[in-house]
Ligand binder design. Structure first.
Ligand SMILES: Nc1ncnc2c1ncn2[C@@H]1O[C@H](COP(=O)(O)OP(=O)(O)OP(=O)(O)O)[C@@H](O)[C@H]1O
Length: 357
């Protein structure tokens, strides 16, 4: 096993859903660790979160938290949601609309046996920690999106859960609030002694908030590691897009990698056998005519799309390989940038990365 935490989460989530989807994900999160479960729509992230929270029973596998089994169909064990030491922040927060902020947060501690006054004091302390002491009496509808998010976080943490589950915790916020709330969330997660699992399809949330990323596609883990490792060596198209790279799989013979369709790319790295070759869109240069001479990869391509991205233009290309190129407005002046336009694409071998598949 890769990770075998003494305390924290240890799970093999196997869930078969009506309609044929199957989730089969091995998941460990040590106490104090923040792991992001990242994947495209329909990958199975919500299914995993619901299984952990106890809202969806496993078909097979197990969920063990701090050594205690919460779900193991093989043995007929299934602990109901309210008896799991888990705090959940749902995407739309699910605050009780008729309760004040302090009573929303007090709900968990009361449910866990604290008396009303004690639970209120616990809740007030948590609201203070998330910077909302002044809003204790406010109802959810009187709070901004960012404030509601912090109340939901305080509510989840107030029971001192062994596992904190965050479901797209910043998705409902506008861009600016998101930035601030992300930074605050980062700080609170750093203070949380339990395990944290963040479910998201936003790579920025995952990269900023998590110590480790687990990427799921079609119900299985396709890649796992810290941000640097994943960025350096993406293993699927989804991951490559996530980190902004052109990625191809092929067969390598030293510096040459022949990819699907028979096109050969030259890399500076030496690899043999099944291999990936990757390069950033900024490494791809475009020319109106075939560039001459230099020891680089060149091919004729056709523009299929043009998008403005801040200070540069992202050009989508078809041809012997599909690729994205980021070019400056100055470079764009020399080219006719309309879909259907033929161009020449070039990338230096030294700007590519090749590695075994
Ligand atoms: N209630 C359900 N019954 C049967 N299948 C479902 C149900 N809900 C979701 N699925 C299927 O399970 C698969 C995984 O969905 P899930 O919602 O877990 O993915 P996700 O990664 O959370 O996606 P998103 O980011 O869009 O929420 C999909 O194929 C989906 O169609």
């Amino acid at each position: 096993m890769d990770h075998e935490p003494v305390t924290g989460l240890d799970a093999q989530l196997i869930v078969r859903r009506a309609g044929g989807f199957q989730l089969d994900v091995r998941l460990t999160v040590a106490a104090g660790e923040v792991v992001a479960l990242l994947g495209p729509n329909g990958a199975g992230k919500s299914t995993a979160l619901r299984a952990l929270a106890g809202l969806l029973p496993l078909s097979d596998g197990h969920i063990t938290l701090d050594g205690r089994i919460l779900d193991r169909p093989g043995d007929g064990v299934l602990v109901p949601p309210e008896r799991r030491p888990i705090g959940v922040v749902f995407q739309d927060y699910l605050l009780f609309p008729h309760l004040s902020a302090v009573d929303n947060v007090a709900f968990g501690p009361r449910h866990h046996g604290q008396r009303t006054a004690e639970a209120r004091a616990t809740a007030a302390a948590w609201l203070d920690r998330v910077g909302l002491a002044a809003y204790a009496r406010s109802k959810p509808r009187q709070l901004s999106g960012g404030q509601a998010q912090r109340v939901a976080l305080a509510r989840a943490l107030a029971v001192e859960p062994s596992l904190l589950l965050l479901d797209e915790p910043l998705a409902a916020l506008d861009a600016r609030t998101r930035l601030e709330t992300r930074a605050q969330l980062h700080r609170h997660l750093g203070d949380h002694p339990g395990a944290t699992l963040l479910v998201t399809h936003d790579p920025l949330d995952a990269l900023v908030l998590a110590d480790r990323l687990i990427i799921v596609e079609d119900g299985v883990v396709v890649q796992e590691g810290d941000a640097a490792a994943i960025t350096a060596r993406p293993r699927t198209d989804y991951v490559a897009q996530l980190v902004g790279l052109n990625l191809y799989r092929g067969h390598a013979d030293g510096h040459s990698i022949t990819v699907a369709g028979g096109f050969t790319l030259t890399a500076a790295d030496t690899v043999r056998g099944d291999a990936f070759v990757a390069f950033p869109p900024s490494a791809l240069a475009l020319y109106p005519n075939q560039p001459d001479g230099s020891p680089r990869n060149t091919w004729p391509a056709t523009i299929t799309g043009v998008q403005q991205h801040g200070d540069y233009l992202r050009i989508q290309l078809s041809g012997p390989i599909e690729a994205a190129a980021d070019i400056t407005p100055a470079a764009a002046v020399r080219l006719q940038l309309s879909p259907g336009q033929p161009v020449w694409a070039a990338v230096k071998a030294t700007e590519t990365r090749a590695y075994p598949a």
